[in-house]
Design a protein around this ligand. Structure first.
Ligand code: THU
Length: 129
């Protein structure tokens, strides 16, 4: 059920540290252990040093001992649909399958569902992974 993931992402967005962009983002991952790992964007006065909500959630998942993204939700209060940025797509794909579902949410819930393959077609792949 994606609604709990949406609610987790929305809750995570409240933890955003986004004083510069004023663009809070929340992300939530359901991992293969059944747990939900969340993240928010964390900006920095030295602007390029900030990072997105998605890698915060990925970090939480990895440090929680999980390795696979089963499904993921992303929300930004100032954008009805917030597709993960290019760098985040690559980061997510490291731990996702081509058919992993990514839910793009607004305040009311999931508004668009995309697969990893749709989000990042013709992705970088080598014999290493
Ligand atoms: N942001 C995310 O957290 N995820 C995305 O996929 C897009 C952008 C953040 C980065 C920055 O803190 C703010 O949104 C404005 O770009």
């Amino acid at each position: 059920m994606s609604h709990d993931l949406f609610e987790a992402a929305r809750g995570a967005m409240a933890f955003a540290h986004a004083p510069y962009s004023k663009f809070p983002v929340g992300a939530a991952i359901r991992a293969e252990d059944g747990k939900i790992y969340t993240g928010a964007n964390i900006e920095n006065l030295s602007f390029p040093q900030g990072w997105c909500a998605e890698p915060t959630a990925i970090s939480a998942m990895i440090m929680g001992g999980a390795r696979k993204i089963v499904e993921m939700a992303v929300i930004a209060e100032k954008l009805p649909l917030c597709p993960p940025c290019g760098g985040c797509r690559q980061k997510i794909s490291e731990f996702a399958a081509k058919d992993t579902k990514i839910y793009l949410c607004d305040e009311a819930g999931v508004q668009k569902t995309m697969t990893m393959e749709e989000l990042l077609p013709f992705s970088f792949e080598t014999e290493l992974g």
